[in-house]
Structure formats: structure tokens, C-alpha cells
Design a protein around this ligand. Structure first.
Ligand code: BES
Ligand code: MN
Ligand code: ZN
Length: 498
């Protein structure tokens, strides 16, 4: 089991044993709460010897001396406290959580002199702790009792001590919802495809009904009736049938048109007949990272009762080679009526999305439509793991997503669209082909999607580099990052609520 925290906020703490975590900025002499845990000024001496100055995320770990009310003291540096952003609080919480080890109870003193700790900052600190603590070890059967990085059986009791405790409690209802949504998305991506097929994923989406989300699941037959030939073409090589999950959260005014999120949910992408090379193919269990982010953010919005109308649609398929699989050269008809020549069966994500986007636009007439997809390897070449590719037909929408990305540090970087790129997917035999050749691979994929959104303000986030396999950091120790959940939650909060 990964470490679990039971986090509370309080204006004061009664200390007896356990771990005290103190914070220190570079310009303050003393760490927060030092007087309460350190009768003999041991911290000051330890800091001097260890040359600990309070630089951002540096730590000083001390076994508390006789006479101290706690067993252990951890001092965590904040750097320049005056410039603490929401993301800095997340990272501080994450860095603290990483150092907790075997402690059974923890008191964190947040109120550094000179630092204005808001309830939101304290709640973000707690969120960072939970994001750090998540690991995916469902399938590890050998127990880790001897590994002191791993969890004790019981949740670790954490008290966050701050004058802002009352506001922090209020703010933590929101951040707790975010923690759950991020963890949900991570787990969906981490789960292997034999366990999480399209039907199983759809069942997870259906569970959001408990939170007040309206959920419909379309089967193969219903999608056939709707004419979703592009999505179904991908699915036909798999013995496991596809699903389309439609989630509606109606937290806004009934007359307000919704904003819509559409996710690529390829539970496993072998490439199909255009089969992928073997090396690294196991990572393609995560090719549903877009759908996971959409499901995760719907969970967040419903849990925190967001005052907005939001649609989440995820196309769930498995891309397999088979006697019945689609072939290069096949021509399929999408729900839009536009025909597509399949050049490469491994360019399947756009085929799933084009029908999901068309359906979404046609049925819900959203104010804006944002799709998320682990769509191209090319976006990893362009941007690596630290920015998702952003494509949009609407500057205002692109701007809103860029701002939400900066706030959450789930960053996006806009790449161009243009008619020259669009031409690259014209086909000899059909209205378009599903690949545009080697150059500008992420852009031609985006151009393909653009052909299915009419004039609706639309953005496409290519999260192939950010959803999984990114380097671990303070707030993510797992293969899957949950990328997109915090970004979209912030995007809704900033642009669609009240
Ligand atoms: N799911 C992949 C993209 C991907 C690659 C995601 C690596 C995460 C990590 C997608 O379906 C794909 O195979 N794209 C092809 C497109 C090509 C055939 C035009 C690619 O990127 O190579
Ligand atoms: Mn593929
Ligand atoms: Zn794929």
C-alpha cells in the first residue's frame, strides 16, 4: 500500500512524540515553530553545521534531543518565502511527504515569520503531500515491511498547524477533490490493459453517477447506428468491444451552454496491422491518458460541486492486429460523413477522436470543446515531458488554457495550424488520409481533428509526453502523472464558474 495521510488543520498542536516539520525561508533566522519543539536551540546548531540556509526544498533532518516534545524534527527550506506560488506550496508539501518515512504522527508548522500563509496555501501543501504519497502497487504481492520508505498499515496522522486553519479547512474541500481526481486518472493510466479494457473503463466512468454525474455508455451497436465508422474501424481488430462514455455535470445555470472535454481512450495501442516495434510497447497501456484526465476532472468537478455545465466524452477502444483488423488502404466513413483513407493503422487516436468530437459538437453545441490525447510521438520530440502541445482555432481559448497551465504548472505550448499542413492530409482516394507523413506529425494530427469541429472554439492537447513516463518530481512519484486534471479543473474554475 502506498502511504496514506489523514490530514487535519489546526491553530495549535499538542506535541508528544512523532515528527515535527518546520519551514524556513532563506531570509528568516529561525524556522517556523522552532521554539515549540526545540528547547535547546539544536536546530540552529544543526543548520550551522549542515550549512542549511533554507534554500527551496532543501531539508535538514534532526533526531530531536532529550527534552524535546517530539522525536524527530525536519526543517524544509522554502527559498524566498515572499514569492510562494500555489505550485510552490504543492512542491513543499510533496517534498515534506517524501521525508516522512516511518513517522506515525506528524505536525507541520506552516507559519514562518514574514510569510503570509493563506488557507489556500495550506490546503495546497496538503494536496502536494497526497500527490507525492501516491504509488501504484496494486500488483506487488511481496510486502514491504522492511522498506522504510513504504507505508505503515495505518494512515499517518498529519496536523498542519497554521493561524489560517479555518480557511484551510474550507479550501481543502476543493483540494481534496483534486487529489482524488488526479489519483483516479493516474490509476486508470497505470492499470494494465488486461485489467482495464474499454468495458471496464466505461464502468469506472459509470461510477461517477454516485457523485451526481449523468453517465451514458454507448455500445458498439449504438455507435454503428450513429455511423461512427472511424472509431469502429479501430476497434474491429480487438475481441473486446468499444464503448463511448458520455458524462454530464450540470452544476451551472440550465440555460448555459456547456464546455466539453473529449478524451482519447485507447486502452492498448499495439499499432494494429501497422504494428509497433516491440521495445517499449508495454507503455501503450497508457494510451488512454486523455480519457483518464477527462474522467478524473469530471470526478473533481462533481466532488467539489463546480458551478458549471461540463460534458466529458471518452472514446474507448483497443487497437489490435487481427484477421478482422482494419488494413492500410481501407477507407472508412466517419459520423460526419467525411471519408478517411487509412494509411497507417497506428494513427488510430485521431480516428477515435474524430467521431467523439463530431458527436459531442452535434449533440451538445458546446461553447468550447477541448480534447486531450496521447496522440503523437512527435510531440515528445518537439516538447519533451514538460509541456503538452496545444493546438487551437481560437486565440482566446488558447490563452485561457495557457494561463491555467501556468497556474497549475501543467504547462502547454501552442504549436501552429495552417492550410499548408491541412493539405498534407488530403487523400488520392478519400476526403482525407489518417497520416500526413514524417514531417510535422503532431500538427497534421491536429489538422485532422480540426476537420471535425466546424467553427466551435476548440483546442487539442497532445499529452503523449506529459501523461506518462515523465521524470518523477515532488508531486508525482508514479509512472502516470494524471496530467490534465489540475489544468482543466483550473480552466473551469477560472473561466466557467459564477
Ligand atoms: N499512441 C501513439 C502516440 C504515442 C507515442 C503516445 C508514444 C505516447 C507515447 C499514437 O497512436 C501513434 O502511434 N502515433 C503515431 C502516428 C504516426 C503513425 C503517424 C506516432 O506518433 O508514431
Ligand atoms: Mn498508434
Ligand atoms: Zn495511440
Amino acid at each position: 500500500m502506498s502511504m496514506k495521510f489523514e490530514i487535519g488543520f489546526s491553530k495549535s498542536a499538542r506535541l508528544s512524540g512523532g515528527l515535527a516539520i518546520l519551514l524556513k525561508t532563506v531570509d528568516e533566522k529561525e524556522a517556523a515553530g522552532a521554539a515549540e519543539v526545540d528547547p535547546d536551540a539544536v536546530i540552529a546548531k544543526a543548520a550551522r553545521i549542515a550549512k542549511f540556509k533554507g534554500k527551496s526544498l532543501a531539508t535538514l533532518d534532526i533526531i530531536a534531543p532529550q527534552g524535546s516534545p517530539v522525536d524527530r524534527i525536519l526543517v524544509l527550506g522554502l527559498g524566498d518565502g515572499a514569492t510562494m506560488t500555489a505550485y510552490d506550496w504543492l512542491k513543499a508539501g510533496g517534498a515534506a511527504a517524501a521525508k516522512i518515512r516511518g513517522a506515525e504522527k506528524v505536525a507541520v508548522f506552516l507559519d514562518v515569520p514574514g510569510l503570509d500563509v493563506s488557507g489556500k496555501g495550506a490546503a495546497d501543501f496538503a494536496l502536494g503531500m497526497e500527490m507525492n504519497a501516491y504509488t501504484f502497487d496494486t500488483y506487488k504481492t511481496t510486502k514491504k515491511d522492511d522498506d522504510d520508505q513504504k507505508a505503515p498499515a495505518r494512515p499517518v496522522k498529519v496536523t498542519i498547524v497554521t493561524e489560517a486553519a479555518t480557511e484551510a479547512k474550507r479550501a481543502s474541500a476543493n483540494t481534496q477533490a483534486v487529489a482524488e481526481g488526479v489519483i483516479m486518472a493516474r490509476t486508470l493510466v497505470n492499470e494494465p490493459a488486461n485489467v482495464l479494457g474499454p468495458v471496464e473503463f466505461a464502468a469506472k466512468a459509470k461510477e461517477l453517477e454516485k457523485l451526481g454525474v449523468e453517465v451514458e455508455i454507448l455500445t458498439e451497436r449504438e455507435m454503428k447506428k450513429l455511423g461512427m465508422g472511424a472509431l469502429l474501424g479501430v476497434a474491429q481488430g480487438s475481441v473486446r468491444p468499444p464503448r463511448l462514455a458520455i458524462m454530464q455535470w450540470k452544476g451551472g445555470k440550465p440555460k448555459d451552454r456547456p464546455v466539453a472535454f473529449v478524451g482519447k481512450g485507447v486502452v492498448f495501442d499495439s499499432g494494429g496491422i501497422s504494428i509497433k516495434p516491440g521495445a517499449g510497447m508495454e507503455d501503450m497501456k497508457g494510451d488512454m491518458g486523455g480519457a483518464a484526465a477527462v474522467t478524473g476532472v469530471m470526478h473533481v468537478l462533481a466532488t467539489r460541486k463546480a458551478k458549471a455545465n461540463v460534458i466529458g466524452i471518452i472514446g474507448l477502444v483497443e487497437n489490435m492486429p487481427d484477421g478482422n483488423a482494419q488494413r492500410p488502404g481501407d477507407i472508412v466513413t466517419s459520423m460526419s460523413g467525411q471519408t478517411i483513407e487509412i494509411i497507417n493503422t497506428d494513427a488510430e487516436g485521431r480516428l477515435v477522436l474524430c467521431d467523439a468530437l463530431w458527436y459531442c459538437n452535434d449533440r451538445f453545441k458546446p461553447q468550447a470543446m477541448i480534447n486531450l490525447a496521447t496522440l503523437t510521438g512527435a510531440v515528445m520530440v518537439a516538447l519533451g515531458s514538460h509541456h503538452a502541445g496545444l493546438f487551437s482555432n481560437d486565440d482566446a481559448l488558447a490563452g485561457q488554457l495557457t494561463v491555467a497551465g501556468a497556474v497549475t504548472q501543467e504547462r502547454v505550448w501552442r504549436l501552429p495550424l495552417g492550410k499548408e499542413y491541412d493539405k498534407m492530409i488530403d487523400s488520392k482516394f478519400a476526403d482525407m488520409k489518417n497520416t500526413g507523413g514524417r514531417y510535422a506529425g503532431s500538427i497534421t494530427a491536429a489538422q485532422f481533428l480540426k476537420r471535425f469541429v466546424k467553427d466551435t472554439p476548440w483546442a487539442h492537447l497532445d499529452i503523449a509526453g506529459t501523461a506518462m513516463g515523465s521524470p518523477t518530481d515532488e508531486i508525482n512519484q508514479s509512472w502516470a502523472s494524471g496530467f490534465g486534471v489540475r489544468l482543466l479543473d483550473e480552466f473551469v474554475r477560472a473561466n466557467y464558474e459564477n
